[in-house]
Design a protein around this ligand. Structure first.
Ligand code: B4P
Length: 190
């Protein structure tokens, strides 16, 4: 199995690049953000809780996300692997993912971190706001999401660096150029 984590600040291109990786390597795309937005749309109990948190730029509690991921991995035993997009976002989530994959006799193959300067992610997210109207893409929420990223999420990068699994990738430039940088790393893992 190949299990990839796409990591980076909000707007660094995780969702965008995941789409290309999933197609090229025939993996299953798991975006916690997409799952939460679907729950919000369906007005489930989880969705109602997540809505307030996401709109304020906070993270959804670890136990909710970890439970969601346990169910998802267990219900897809036949996939060739996963692209985790937007997960793990805390060290507790990263530890839970390691244990979860271990239980399924597999592990994280690589953590791919997209590096993009703050000014550029802000510009991309404001542009997305114009196109898609996502309620968490306004400047106040974006600034808070970046703060949460620096304090709660960035330590996840160090966690994988210590395992020797971190690959830093320049996330600036055209989408295809960035994908090529990712392919070069992943092709060497096979
Ligand atoms: P996500 O859905 O993961 O949202 P995101 O961080 O904004 O990244 P996304 O993948 O959507 O954007 P991308 O960079 O591809 O999370 C939303 C919220 O859900 C979080 O704030 C949190 O509250 C909650 N949540 C999710 N997972 C959680 C977890 N594990 N634990 C707790 N809470 C969780 O793209 C951004 C824009 O840039 C797009 O418009 C794209 O077209 C553009 N773009 C991409 N690449 C580009 C390039 N090379 N050049 C120009 N533009 C580019």
């Amino acid at each position: 199995m190949i299990n990839l984590i796409l990591f980076g600040a909000p707007g660094s291109g995780k969702g965008t690049q995941s789409a290309n990786l999933v197609q090229r390597y025939q993996l299953m795309h798991v975006s916690t953000g997409d799952i939460l937005r679907a729950e919000i749309k369906a007005e489930t109990e989880l969705g109602l809780k997540a809505k307030t948190l996401i709109e304020a730029g906070h993270l959804v509690p670890d136990e909710v996300i970890i439970g969601m991921m346990e169910d998802l991995v267990a219900s897809h035993p036949d996939v060739k692997g996963f692209v985790f997009d937007g997960f793990p976002r805390t060290v507790a989530q990263a530890q839970a993912l390691d244990l979860l994959l271990q239980r399924h006799q597999t592990k994280v193959s690589a953590m791919l971190e997209l590096s993009v300067p703050d000014e550029m992610v802000i510009e991309r997210l404001l542009l997305r706001k114009e196109k898609e109207g996502r309620s968490d893409d306004n400047i106040e929420t974006i600034n808070h999401r970046l703060k949460v990223y620096r304090t709660q999420t960035a330590p996840v990068s160090e966690y994988y660096a210590q395992q020797g699994n971190l690959h830093l990738v320049d996330g600036t430039g055209r989408v295809e150029e960035i994908s090529e940088r990712l392919y070069q790393i992943i092709d060497k893992l096979a």
